[in-house]
Design a protein around this ligand. Structure first.
Ligand code: ASP
Length: 422
């Protein structure tokens, strides 16, 4: 066994990813459909166990890390500057995501000539009214918020508790240390859980590749290409540019440091499930101090979704092209704006944004029938697209956290520049 643990974790996870694709495709190509499905379902269970394990620690990790992070800052005023910097960067990066999304949608024309007649219409999700959502950030009962995993409410309560402990000075010290110790303990739990990642990722990817791999690529080839290329360009140039040009940090070290969360995001399609892995990579590989990692990353996983915004722009153009809606210049602007707003309200779980597509399509008066058809058409293939936009979302969160940490003097550059430990 020692040889297995001697291989770096990211390499083992990558191996799981590649073998998963090969296994899934091989099973679906060689076995009879029902038997293949049954086998893939069994393999998927390993993935489900892995997802449940990381999900298990999301809420306690966010709660403890955030309180500990605020406490470690020593000065509640710092919170304001961290928040402002993070928000400015969220908006700045999302702006580029929109530009790239609309560019890709125009270049690839993914909806041109697509026949949606055979699609089974699907109902769209109900978006929570913005006022309600904003009010919901303040939990009536923080314990209920913890139980329900209501992330924004947990973040709000944890922030205030951290500030409260700082204000309590001496009396708050013991509790402050308790949260620091708890955060460290839960972070260590991710080490245990990540040992299962190579197998979990294998199971999840094998299922996706076996049930929709080849079909997706051929059925919606240009849409897939537009989304994948758009996300790749955004990650390389916008996040890469931010890290390299604005922050003057090594580009390769950044991406090497976050390989684990990128791969987990790709296989789980959920930025919120990936959060523990993201926090671990940010603190241990990128050298981001807990005060920033604990605050900027949970917030980012909830509201900063550039991949989602980019994707919604492409799908909006896809719809216009497929049904022949003509778009005026102001429509492009409104699509970008609503896509960005919807991405803020999207939950970090699989396929969340597809069901909020209707809000973006309202911009150019798409009929409810057409909207339901588009959702029904994309839904069976959405997983593959979701995987890529989730990687982008998670990469964006770490890029913003790196920038805020650097500007706040909370980045340990020696750690950033050294090879990841695991
Ligand atoms: N699955 C995405 C995420 O978790 C959200 C989405 O675009 O559907 O980041």
């Amino acid at each position: 066994m020692a040889w297995w643990f001697g291989i770096k974790l990211w390499k083992r996870v990558f191996l799981g990813l590649v073998l998963g694709v090969i296994f899934g495709l091989a099973v679906s190509q060689t076995m009879e459909a029902a038997a293949a499905e049954a086998l893939l379902e069994k393999v998927r269970v390993i993935g489900t166990v892995f997802i449940r394990l990381i999900r298990m620690i999301v809420v306690p990790l966010v709660f403890f890390t955030l309180v500990a992070g605020i406490y470690a800052m020593g000065d509640p005023k710092k919170l304001g500057t961290i928040g402002i910097k993070a928000f400015v960067l969220y908006i700045f990066t999302t702006f580029f995501a929109n530009l790239i999304g609309l560019g890709m949608g125009t270049l690839f024309q993914p909806g041109k000539g697509v026949d949606l007649g055979g699609a089974e219409p699907r109902q769209m999700g109900e978006a929570q009214p913005i006022g309600e959502r904003l009010l919901g950030i303040i939990p009536e009962n923080p314990f209920a918020a913890l139980v329900e995993g209501d992330m924004l409410a947990v973040i709000f309560f944890a922030l205030l508790l951290g500030v409260g402990l700082l204000m309590a000075r001496e009396a708050g010290q013991a509790a402050g240390r308790f949260f620091e110790a708890g955060a460290e303990g839960i972070l260590q739990m991710t080490h245990i859980i990540m040992e299962l990642a190579p197998f979990g990722v294998f199971g999840l990817i094998a299922y996706v590749a076996g049930t929709q791999g080849v079909a997706t690529f051929t059925a919606i080839l240009s849409l897939t290409l537009a989304v994948y290329l758009g996300c790749a360009l955004h990650m390389l140039f916008v996040y890469g540019g931010l890290v390299r040009i604005i922050l003057r940090l090594p580009f390769v070290d950044f991406f090497r440091g976050i390989l684990d969360p990128m791969m987990v995001a790709y296989s789980t399609s959920s930025s919120s499930a990936t959060l523990p892995v993201t926090i671990r990579a940010a603190t241990e590989n990128l050298g981001i101090k807990k005060s920033v990692a604990g605050s900027v990353l949970p917030l980012g996983a909830t509201i900063n979704m550039d991949g989602t915004s980019l994707y919604l722009g492409i799908v909006a153009l896809f719809t216009a092209q497929a049904f022949g809606y003509s778009l005026e210049p102001q429509h492009y602007f409104l699509i970008a704006l609503t896509a960005a707003l919807v991405s803020i309200g999207t939950a970090g779980v699989p396929s969340a944004s597809l069901f909020l597509l209707a809000i973006v399509l309202e911009v150019f008066d798409v009929t409810p029938e057409h909207t339901a058809l588009v959702i029904g058409f994309i839904f069976p293939f959405d997983r593959l697209l979701d995987m890529m936009r989730t990687v982008t979302n998670v990469t964006g969160d770490t890029a913003v956290a790196t920038a805020v940490a650097k500007w706040e003097g909370e980045l340990d550059e020696d750690v950033f520049r050294q090879k990841p430990l695991s």
